[in-house]
Design a protein around this ligand. Sequence first.
Ligand SMILES: [Zn+2]
Length: 701
Amino acid sequence: MKKAFIVAGLAVMLGACNSSETGKVGNPFLAEYTTPFEVPPFDQITLEDYKPAFLQGMEEQKKEIEAIVNQSEEPNFENTILALDQSGRLLSKVSSVFFGQNSANTSDEMQALSRELSPLLSKHGDDISLNPALFARVKKVYENQDKLNLNKEQKKLLEETYKDFVRGGANLPADKQEQLRKLNSEISMLQLTFGQNMLKETNAFQLVIEKKEDLSGLPESLIANAAIAAKEAGMEGKWLFTLHNPSVMPFLQYADNRALREKIFKGYINRGNNGNDADNNKVVRDLITKRLEKAKLMGYEDYASFVLEDRMAKTSKNVYDLLDEVWTPALAKAKEELADINAEIKKEGGNFEAEGWDWRYYFEKAKKAKFDLDENQLRPYLKLDNVRDGAFYVANKLYGITFTPIANIPLPHPEAQAFECKDKDGTHLGVIYFDFFPRASKRGGAWCGGYRSQTYKDGKRVAPVVTIVCNFTQPAEGQPALLSADEAETLFHEFGHGLHSLFRDVHYYGISGVPRDFVELPSQIMEHWVFEPEVLKVYAKHYQTGEVMPTELIDKLDKSGKYGQGFATTEYLAASLLDMDFHVLKEIPADLDVMKFEQETLGKRGLLRQIPSRYRTTYFNHTMGGGYTAGYYSYIWAEVLDSDAYEAFQETGDIFHQEVASKFRTYVLTPGGIDDAMDMYKNFRGKEPNTEPLLKNRGLK
Ligand SMILES: [Zn+2]
């Protein structure tokens, strides 16, 4: 949560700048929201409202900063650290809506605006973190902290604020600060370009099927959706498959036509690498070059060192140690799976070795042969609404909280749903939106974001507005949405992030976040409950008959759960290693071929040619788009924590053990970034985590 102070805060001068007392005619961002729970009035916000609100938001924060710097009083916690933390409220208000919508509901105009705003925001951020007079005041408070009688939260805010300045370049000489500004602006523009190219490339590919026999093997629901997609694209009577996950993944899993599997697979793994105007090769090379320049300017030998200093992992050695520890057994497992896959091919009379486009297809068959379990047997029991209610049930059993649908509230998109979350004593905890289905205006994947984060105002808790955005299988006409097992797990995962936001209780923006490699603990721990027989019996009901998932099917699901972890772990680790390898480079040749680098760096570790990195370089938005740069390892880092944490429940023999749950809420979900991450974990668990439960859970030990 770095530089949080730049876009978050409470404007001292908001009243003076608020020109919109006439109600709905004006810019909705410039007035207090009068909606239920004061959620953003999405139905009134138009594209034209953003830019003026951003400009005014930056202007207001600038004035607030000037007021801090120009006051005659000696710097202290209230007049400097707190005032800074509370600055920029309007900017924060418009940013959260703009960036949330730009991810989930974008348009060409919105993307153009984000490109226009990017350098302005980057400059604005630098104007604050590189303001020498402001830093001088912060430094003075920091140096005098022992005399200030600060409480724990205040002390942590002070430390984080000071660190943010140092990491933002405040200690650099003026000429280097100029270079840093330029680099920051270039980096943010390159990251933006990367993401926009990726969206373009994902949307550009179409696999159009005209002959019915080419659909052989595909589930009915997938075929029905492909027919709808074709109709919407003006190709009625045909079937359209795309590179969006709910289309491409089941296609690779079930399509009997090997040539078509190859076609869509190659489309998928070559995104951003097609030599057209959306090619990301040069973008990546420029980006990692600029990042390295920045790291060196800041006095680090490589970009990963700069990033990791501020993470739970601390050093790239610690990251590689974990990745390598898991890599060897994972690769061995993947080889076993490959042998099974090749055996399936032989069994069918095929005279070839498996390639990338065969893996999912024959793996499905191998799984069926081994466990008599077909993914499609599960879907009827995983009706979307039931899975969502299953997540609500788990949260209720653990923490006593409830979720009630809210009618008549503005929605971030017409397809979204809204729920109110209440604590066990009935107090309002926050609003949570769900927006489940793919559309061209939404980026891929699934995430949990926020339209307002929890804070305090005049001593009163301000409740968060959380949003969960997914790209789940669209329901076929006249049918409810039926999820795959993966999708059900994803729903629980994102919901876990949601709980983290809803429970957070922190007084300052600057310490509301946790390190990137801790952030997946609250989400990943929720995945442990999704297929627990005890939980399935509550929510996994057949969408037509209402019959609970049969015990026999639950058993099969349980037994087959670890099968496939060789592939899943290897493709994930490959991406994590790739991300690290790019960012530990200490020199980047001007003619670096990034795809060749990818091939070499993964090849030397023995990655099977049938398993591409989970994300290849030119569509690896986590690391190239920012957010998870030198940080994709975080998922497995946090998995050490969540596996170990879940074991705390299992040790009691009760997966809803109230005392363990209460500790988890108190020490992990509530404190935001008040404590050091490892301390928070130890407060909950009473000891440091170890990797055994993780290896065991993945069937690697
Ligand atoms: Zn997550």
